[in-house]
Design a protein around this ligand. Structure first.
Ligand code: NI
Length: 151
């Protein structure tokens, strides 16, 4: 057993990548029209624009000695499909996702919303979520409130 092993169990992280396409418009009701335009630039375009988002989900757990796995990938895939891909893919984040009635659908806020939705995965512990908006920028969230994240 390695030094990382605790009481004979091995904890390991599993990462899995998912893709969805969605549109958004960056516009904050807390800002004036002029400020929205200046701060968000072309992302404030009233008709929105789209991204091909890449979501990386990291979960951890103990290896089940019988299966040699932390969690069955089919279970994780089904959960992510239900919680994230079905409600977000080919949708308008502003119009179709209730969390963005109040919050601006920046990738920061999207990352937190995805973490919140995946936190209840029953088969392993959600460690963090990384959301890539373009090949040049991504955001990562590991949950600031381990006792239960409340929006
Ligand atoms: Ni954008």
């Amino acid at each position: 057993m390695s030094s990382k092993a605790q009481q004979g169990t091995l904890k390991i992280e599993l990462g899995r990548r998912y893709h969805f396409a969605a549109s958004h418009r960056l516009h904050s009701p807390a800002l004036s029209e002029e400020e929205n335009c200046r701060i968000y630039g072309k992302c404030n375009n009233p008709f929105g624009h789209g991204h091909n988002y890449v979501v990386e989900v990291l979960v951890s757990g103990e290896i089940d000695p019988a299966t040699g796995m932390i969690a069955n990938l089919a279970d994780l895939d089904g959960f992510v499909e239900r919680e994230i891909l079905d409600p977000f893919d080919h949708k308008s984040l502003n119009e179709d996702v209730a969390a963005f009635d109040a919050a601006v659908p920046t990738t920061e806020n999207l990352c937190i919303e995805i973490f919140r939705r995946l936190q209840t995965f029953p088969k392993a512990k959600l460690e963090r979520v990384r959301v890539q908006e373009t090949s040049n920028n991504s955001f990562e969230y590991a949950g600031d409130h381990p006792q239960g994240f409340e929006r």
